[in-house]
Design a protein around this ligand. Sequence first.
Ligand code: PMV
Length: 375
Amino acid sequence: MAEERPLARVTCTAPVNIAVIKYWGKRDNDLILPINSSLSVTLHQDQLKTTTTAAASRDFAEDRLWLNGEEADVGHPRLQACLREVSALARLYGAAGEPSEQGQPSEQGQPSEQGQPSEQGQLSEVARRGSGSACRSMMGGFVQWQRGERPDGRDSIARQVAPETHWPELRVLILVVSGEKKQVGSTAGMQTSVDTSPLLKHRAEVVVPERLALMTRHIRERDFEGFGKLTMQDSNQFHATCLDTFPPIFYLNDISRQIIALAHRFNAHHGHTKVAYTFDAGPNAVIFTLADSVAEFVEVVRRSFPPAINGDRFVRGLPVGSASLPGELLAAVVTEPVPGGIQYILHTKPGPGPQLVDDPSQHLLGADGLPRRSP
Ligand code: PMV
């Protein structure tokens, strides 16, 4: 009698994270080991998430992958590295997710000298092999990716600094400036920076270790003044290392620079740090603020960058109350309006790490292992 060979399907969602102490530069390109530690905030999946279904069966002849409904190259070295690491962890833990009995774990499972990393720490090693900064999305709240010391990367893992419940008033506004693809990808960009920027070397060796300690303290103490100021300074230094790269790399555009100036005028008007910006390898701004400042700042942004189209969909995500701006704030903060400069604002907050999806109707792959529907 032919043996029943069931198909296993698992669906999970994963969040986006935004760094407040930036990662830029690898010391090992194959293992994806960074030249400095970094720290990020995991964003809430009610507003932004990825959904992934994995299907496994002994009947499948080969690995296949679909990304947004399109079949993708499964031979990509980074994807292959992830699949290898996942298989090693699966062998170690067995189907039940418990360490296996024979489980004198070899290779991947070997406890590090500093102690066994948590299960999430081990999973962050897998994510790191796909894209470095992705390893910080394996946990919610405030997450540090430790640079690590070992050449094999076993101690280059993500650890939670504080859970998402730690700072309930913290809010995030993503100002979407342009839908354009980034000019220079992060992999190529950071390699050129490592090869040519003396500022990046100084940053990794001297500046980041001090800032990480300081940032961790600001987060623990929920000190927005300290957190916001250091977030802006670290974003600015990251972009300074891009300018110090030869040939230079530019990720900020005119609108990005206008947002920076606007945030500083807003803070100066209030006499303290009410909003803090940060920018990655592209022109979009991410603003940190506290719940009681959201409505006023959103109104300032609307006045500064009047929506060209989609006026009713200019603000998305968590609800934003209405605010009327006092005349002296308008005069001091809103200068020449730039219509259409910002496409829309997404309002979100810190959130939890990856989630398992229980509802089987949410699987993206059918019982045959093929995509169920196009997105
Ligand atoms: O993980 P990558 O290769 O996409 O690099 C991310 C780099 C930045 O987003 C600019 C900074 C960071 O720490 O996320």
